[in-house]
Design a protein around this ligand. Structure first.
Ligand code: PEP
Ligand code: MG
Length: 858
């Protein structure tokens, strides 16, 4: 056989698995290595031979190892099993083939041991599985089911029919030579691994393009015989909950995973009120099995599922696989392994993919739930929820007040929908991208949300939601959203509750002790601040103060301020807003208890606070006691062609300075109040959408004056930190200049992405999937930080600001802040913190901990 020069000389075509055989995961795969470990633990593993990746590659290319030599490693005339052994069991692989070597002579020989019928049946099963899985013949031609009470004649007839079908389909008799059978099995499994579908499936699970497959050939322990014989599986935790328990099944006179396939006939392992058990039938076998399960947990440092066979009273362990498990169980298993001293805490933290933690924070669709897919959109905020469709935010509030669960369905959401979004169980919008209003708010509130469902049609007037296939749902119809998958289902789908206690909490506490990058939360209200604390945030990195103005009566006062005709009227409206903001700040500072809080001054264009629909305009005219036409004119006057590039952010602060004055006053008055109660606070104030140094100077001068005035008046010394949000490419390029007046810079990558791409974050959803599909963008840049371009801007901004101000504090607070990939990028740039919505804080903490641990390991 052609040998690859990279393969060490001791790796042979095949290797008998013994304690000392040179078996490695990279050369022979995980299953082979696991079997060697079980052998070393002195478990009764039948004789097993491992074929390396290299051998299997050669087999696929038509170069077979010496099968006579291979067969000589086993007892005379054995039956064999072949199983796949890839590097990572999650990468899949061809199914196991059992009973290789079965033929007419074997059937006759076995008859005295296991009975004529059982022997014939075994032969029939082998012919069927060989025909379908090895020779790849039409399964229908071999689809004979044999019932328990079918007699000898029936079984023989079925066997003859299968043998004839085989001959008919292949023009040759069913192979009787074990070497010939083994040859065909090895070749078929080796080739199956190279098939396109298998390759794509494993690549989707992270396998490299050249991932290899090993095979193991094992002597069968039959599981059939006159004495106690059968097969089963055992595990020592529940795969759904992670709870410690002996779980599994045993079925007499069976092979492979029959015990799981025929649960109704199988025995429980331990005594169980639901039916008979192995413990009652053969207590000593259960005891031995429990011992092996416990041993494998301690020595393999993992929860395993062991496959076993009892052959005439003797126990064999055929295989051990890492137990497939739910996210909930993964966390509990890792934590308990560490608590039992089997693995270090660091390893427990490293074993949990951060995304898994996000799943556990929210209710999810039950894995076994039946579902009827109505359509898809972009997965904007994770979690699942069921509710009745409503097309208006006001109705969502009414329904919620009556205790009715609803899903708010809109073409897109606007700031005035915020209360409806609060009230709804979930939000669905036809338009919008992953950093659109609905998406950002949904994530902030922890409400499941799907945006950009462009194949659906929302008609708020007719109150209908139409799917791509023409199905129509009406207001009041029930739907279920899976915001983590972006899927909408008709009706109520069974859900599973969030699971954030116990092991989950412990894991995150450990993560908190390992991470070396701070994780703050984007929290806008006292309620958000509480959530941020609960999830272990290191402070607030972005308090979007505008969200405070959408609450209750505040919106009306805000609108009065916007509509003010004279400076006096404006001052009077601002005077009403001041105590409201001050109260909120006071509460937020109190909740955060000395942790840093970064307050961003007002950012959005003023017209966002105004109603968009006629009904709202009429209500506003009434509230302001002005004619509707006046209100309409004023709204018109405020409207801009490109509001996102217009009068917003610091531009508003420069042209209508009274607003920022009021906000700064509210911050300082709040800290004066808290100082009186013994809570000194040093707030951070952040200016949005800056593009020039002078903007910062103007705002800073006014804020300094307000701080001085309040300090003198109250007698409380006031200090604060001033920072700038870097959201425009110009701010990046001028970061050196700008940082002269800013102690910290926070990169707002939502706007920075929007401005760099010249791509509206609210409209990108419409074509983003086509762009990603056509590989124009590798990923949606609003979701995954574009390291090439936006990453370079972060680097430039960091370098230039540090050159002027070495101690400048740097952070990222766009939606990317909760994404493990961007967290890695920020950590590499030496940023001080990332900030993300409270519900993403746990994921970010875990990701940051893993990065710190991995960097220590490397
Ligand atoms: C940003 O632009 O990244 C940001 C955090 O601000 P907002 O999303 O509020 O525009
Ligand atoms: Mg922004």
């Amino acid at each position: 056989m052609q040998k690859n020069v990279n393969i060490p000389p001791e790796i042979k075509d095949f290797t008998v698995i013994t304690d000392v055989a040179p078996i490695t995961v990279p050369a022979h795969g995980g299953r082979a290595k696991c079997l060697q470990r079980l052998t070393r633990l002195k478990m009764p593993v039948p004789r097993t031979v491992a074929l390396s990746f290299e051998t299997v590659r050669a087999i696929a290319d038509g170069d077979m190892p010496d099968l006579a030599a291979l067969l000589a490693e086993f007892d005379a005339a054995p039956l064999l099993t072949v199983r796949p052994s890839s590097e990572d069991p999650d990468w899949g692989g061809p199914g196991a083939i059992l009973n290789i070597g079965m033929n007419a002579a074997q059937a006759e020989a076995l008859a005295s041991d296991i009975g004529q019928d059982a022997a014939q049946l075994l032969y029939l099963r082998f012919v069927q599985s060989f025909a379908v899985h090895v020779a790849r013949l039409d399964p229908d031609a071999f689809d004979t089911t044999i019932a328990d009470n079918d007699g000898t004649e029936h079984i023989e007839k079925a066997l003859n029919t299968a043998l004839e079908a085989y001959q008919f389909e292949t023009d040759s008799p069913f192979p009787q030579d074990p070497a010939e059978q083994l040859h065909a099995v090895l070749r078929s499994m080796a080739r199956a691994w190279q098939g396109t579908t298998a390759r794509l499936l494993r690549e989707a699970k992270g396998a490299p393009a050249d991932a290899g497959l090993g095979l193991i050939v094992q002597q069968m322990a039959l599981g059939l015989g006159h004495g106690e014989s059968g097969s089963g599986v055992i595990q020592s935790v529940h795969e759904g909950s992670g709870e410690r328990m002996i779980k599994g099944r045993y079925l007499g006179q069976s092979q492979g995973r029959d015990a799981l396939k025929h649960r109704d006939q199988a025995l429980y392992l331990q005594k169980d009120a639901r039916g008979p058990s192995l413990e009652e039938r053969c207590p000593e076998i259960l005891e031995a099995l429990q011992g092996y399960a416990d041993l494998s947990r301690r020595k393999l440092r993992e929860e395993m599922q062991l496959e076993f066979v009892v052959q005439n009273g003797s126990l064999f362990i055929l295989d051990g696989v890492r137990l497939a498990r739910s996210s909930l169980a993964s966390v509990r298993i890792a934590v308990e392994l560490a608590e039992d001293g089997i693995i270090p805490k660091e390893e427990a933290v490293l074993r949990i993919p951060p995304q898994m933690v996000s799943e556990l924070l929210h209710r999810q669709i039950h894995p076994l739930a039946k579902r009827d897919l109505f359509g898809r959109g972009l997965a904007a905020s994770p979690g699942a929820a069921t509710g009745k469709i409503t097309f208006s935010a006001a109705r969502a509030q009414t329904m919620a007040s009556k205790g009715e669960a609803c899903v708010l369905v809109r073409r897109e959401t606007t700031p005035e929908d915020i209360r409806g979004m609060h009230a709804a169980q979930a939000v669905l919008t036809q338009q919008g991208g992953l950093s659109s209003h609905a998406a950002v708010i949904g994530r902030g509130l922890g409400v499941p949300c799907i945006v950009g469902a462009s194949h659906m049609e929302v008609n708020s007037r007719k109150r209908t939601l139409t799917a791509a296939d023409g199905r129509v749902l009406h207001e009041g119809d029930e739907i279920t959203l899976d915001g983590g998958a972006g899927e909408v289902f008709v009706g109520a789908v069974k859900l599973r509750e969030a699971a954030i206690g116990g092991a989950y909490q412990t894991l995150l506490e450990w993560a908190g002790t390992f991470k070396d990058l701070k994780v703050r939360a984007n929290a806008d209200t006292p309620m958000d601040a509480q959530t941020a604390r609960r999830f272990g945030a290191d402070g607030i990195g972005l308090c979007r103060t505008e969200h405070m103005f959408f609450e209750g009566d505040r919106l009306t006062v805000m609108r009065e301020m916007i509509f003010a005709d004279t400076p006096e009227d404006r001052q009077s409206a601002l005077a009403q807003l001041l105590p409201m903001q001050r109260d909120d700040f006071e509460k937020i500072f109190e909740i955060m208890d000395g942790m840093p809080v970064s307050i961003r001054l007002l950012d959005p264009p003023l017209h966002e606070f105004l109603p968009t629909e006629r009904e709202g305009l009429r209500d506003l005219a009434e509230a302001l006691d002005k004619p509707l036409s006046d209100v309409e004119q004023r709204v018109d006057a405020l409207s801009e062609f490109n509001p996102m590039l217009g009068m917003r952010g610091v531009r508003l602060g420069i042209t209508v300075p009274e607003i920022y004055d009021m906000q700064a006053r509210a911050v300082f008055e709040a800290i004066v109040a808290l100082a009186g109660r013994g809570h000194p606070v040093v707030p951070e104030i952040m200016i949005p959408l800056v593009s020039a140094k002078r903007e910062v100077e103007i705002v800073k001068t006014r804020i300094d004056a307000i701080a001085a005035e309040i300090s003198v008046r109250s007698g409380v010394p006031i200090s604060y930190k001033l920072g700038v949000m870097v959201e425009t490419p110009r701010a990046v390029l001028r970061a050196g200049d700008i940082s002269q007046n800013a102690e910290f810079l926070s990169f707002g990558t939502n706007d920075l992405t929007q401005m760099t791409y010249g791509l509206s974050r609210d409209d990108a959803g419409r074509f983003m999937s086509s762009y990603v599909q056509a590989n124009v963008f590798k990923e949606d840049p609003f979701q995954y930080l574009d390291e090439d371009a936006i990453g370079e801007l972060l680097q430039i901004g960091a370098d230039r600001s540090r050159a002027h101000r070495p101690d400048v504090v740097l952070s990222l607070c766009g939606e990317h802040g909760g994404n493990p990939q961007s967290i890695a990028f920020c950590r590499a740039l030496g940023f001080d913190y990332v900030s993300c919505s409270p519900f993403r804080v746990p994921v970010a903490r875990l990701a940051a901990a893993q990065l710190a641990l991995k960097s220590k390991l490397s």
